[in-house]
Write a protein that binds this ligand. Structure first.
Ligand code: FES
Length: 157
């Protein structure tokens, strides 16, 4: 029993980095999927940068690896193929458009709902792509489909 309060919070696990494939391959396909420590992730290669995130959309579990990448307000987003939610590749924020109801003639503005999709770290070394799962302790909406009974891949342990 740990009395000093330093016992590790299970929500704050630190994961080792995992090799998921070759740089040459993802540069051709521009996306790949992987299972990293029992968590399904998608890795995108877009305009020279790599981005990894939970594969199931935070809204209802849609397959983000089948979505299109589009830019909104200059921010590259994956558009979920199920209900067209837009998620920024760099930060996992959900974007939406709003108008001022007091001024309906105004141009709709892009706004952020905050971070909804968990983003993971991608590194490249010697032509290999590595993913390190996020250990950020906040609850992210996409965790719902990536963990527990709702995740698609069931743990073998
Ligand atoms: Fe992705 Fe609904 S499941 S937008």
């Amino acid at each position: 029993m740990d009395f000093d309060g330093s016992e590790q919070d299970p929500e704050m696990k630190t994961y080792s980095t995992v090799c998921v494939g070759r740089e040459d391959d993802i540069k051709k396909s521009e996306r790949m999927t992987a299972v990293v420590h029992d968590r399904e992730v998608v890795i995108f290669y877009y305009k020279g940068e790599y981005h990894a995130m939970d594969i199931r959309c935070y809204h209802s579990g849609g397959p983000l690896h089948l979505g299109e990448i589009e830019e909104f307000d200059g921010r590259p987003c994956i558009v979920c193929p199920w209900h067209k939610y837009k998620i920024t590749l760099a930060t996992g924020e959900g974007l939406y458009q709003s108008i001022n109801p007091k001024d309906p003639s105004a141009k709709p503005k892009w706004c952020s709902k905050g971070i909804k999709q968990r983003i993971h770290k991608v590194t490249v070394d010697n032509g290999n792509i590595y993913v390190t799962l996020s250990d950020e302790p906040f609850k992210c909406d996409s965790d719902f489909y990536a963990t527990g009974v709702y995740k698609v891949i069931q743990s073998s342990s």
